[in-house]
Ligand binder design. Structure first.
Ligand code: ATP
Ligand code: MG
Length: 359
């Protein structure tokens, strides 16, 4: 790492199991995770502007990493220079961020992910969309198509008063949107079922006292079975669509389709969104992420690197101990604030970060 945020020059070797990155506030713990995330996705999780990553006194930021995944070691090199396109090399060969994807996979959990439970449905749909897109390229394609159709239909509904002839094409777009929605819903329902199956036992152990976590996919009210063949779902959405056609025109909004769906998170039979405590919220959100990792393993034969930024606060000792010691499987990088006892509380490797240096 060279000129990477507050790291002037630093190198580090992680353990293949648990790594605990600790130190006082503002020393570079999250910056380190950001670097690993960049190696996996070609982008930052903190900023859309790469130039912000370049160290204040530096003209460029550079990462070089040897990564072992899919039974081989590869060298990834990323250079960020303000005003220039980011340069990504894998074994010396130039790649785009898209092509870098899959070289080494990560699952990230950062404080923002707590919103997963308490915020609006959009955050949960994004989780589903990101996760499914990674393992099902066809889904990413469908989602792109859905977004195009949705935007177009929304524009028709917004503008028809000025230009009534737009309404001539409305039914065509509605129909296409129902068709694509039906497919998205099947993918999402199937993925949610897998997530539910994987998350429940994790959450039970994590919470110690055997809390029951369950996940359910909620979609357009007329869809009776989201696992049914796409054709059946399509007909059921069309039904909803026809009933709401006039309301869509009047309200100038798209009222039918997969854009309203939600992932319901339930703890001990009650909606987590309404009733979960801080610690419960944190635990459930993390369980969902850990479940995502299990699905990744099943799909690719390999655990992704798990990046956990600041997850320990607000967890009691038992739940902290679960994170520090019992996640297991693949490689895990956990950041947490300074704690003298940390070494005695984890079996993993402890890295101490201070002012952009790692010990
Ligand atoms: P916390 O425990 O508060 O989360 P942290 O160890 O995770 O702290 P980081 O988010 O990694 O801290 O940031 C550490 C420092 O990096 C901050 O003080 C910030 O000012 C500094 N920093 C951010 N961007 C740059 C940059 N481009 N160049 C130099 N320093 C930077
Ligand atoms: Mg931090």
């Amino acid at each position: 790492m060279n000129g990477w945020r507050n790291y002037a020059w630093e190198s580090v070797t992680f353990s293949g199991d648990t790594n605990v990155i600790t130190g006082p506030n503002a020393q570079g713990k999250t910056n380190l995770l950001e670097a690993i995330y960049m190696l996996s996705t070609g982008r930052s999780f903190r900023t859309r502007f790469d130039r912000e990553i370049v160290g204040f006194d530096f003209s460029s930021a550079e990462l070089i990493a040897d990564v072992y995944a899919h039974d081989r070691t590869q060298t990834i090199q990323i250079t960020i220079r303000p005003g220039q396109a980011k340069k990504i090399l894998v074994n010396g060969v130039r790649k785009t961020a898209g092509e870098l994807a899959g070289t080494v996979n990560t699952v990230l959990f950062c404080p923002d992910d707590l919103n997963l439970i308490k915020e609006g449905a959009a955050v949960r749909r994004r989780l589903l969309d990101n996760a499914i897109s990674q393992i099902r390229p066809k889904y990413a394609e469908l989602l792109g198509e859905f977004n195009r159709l949705y935007e177009h239909k929304t524009r028709i509904l917004k503008d028809w008063r000025e230009k009534p002839s737009l309404l001539d094409t409305l039914d065509e777009f509605s129909d296409a949107l129902c068709r694509v929605s039906a497919q998205l819903i099947r993918y999402r329902a199937a993925f949610t079922a897998r997530l539910d199956e994987a998350a429940a036992p994790i959450h039970k152990e994590f919470s110690g006292d055997g809390e029951e976590l369950s996940l359910r996919y909620a979609t357009v009210s007329t869809v009776t079975d989201p696992f049914a063949p796409a054709r059946d779902i399509y007909y059921q959405i069309c039904d909803h669509q026809e009933r709401h056609r006039q309301a869509e025109i009047d309200s100038q909004q798209c009222l039918t389709g997969a854009h309203k769906d939600d992932l319901e998170i339930i703890i001990n039979g009650r909606s987590a969104r309404s009733f979960a405590s801080q610690g419960q919220t944190r635990t459930a959100a993390l369980s969902v992420k850990l479940a995502e990792r299990e699905i990744f393993l099943a799909e690719t034969g390999e655990y992704p690197i798990l990046l956990l930024d600041d997850v320990l606060s607000e967890l009691d000792d038992a739940r902290q101990s679960f994170v520090l010691n019992r996640i297991g499987g693949g490689q895990t990088l956990i950041t947490c604030c300074e704690d003298e006892n940390i070494s005695s509380r984890t079996g993993g490797k402890v890295l101490f970060v201070e002012k952009g240096r790692i010990r």
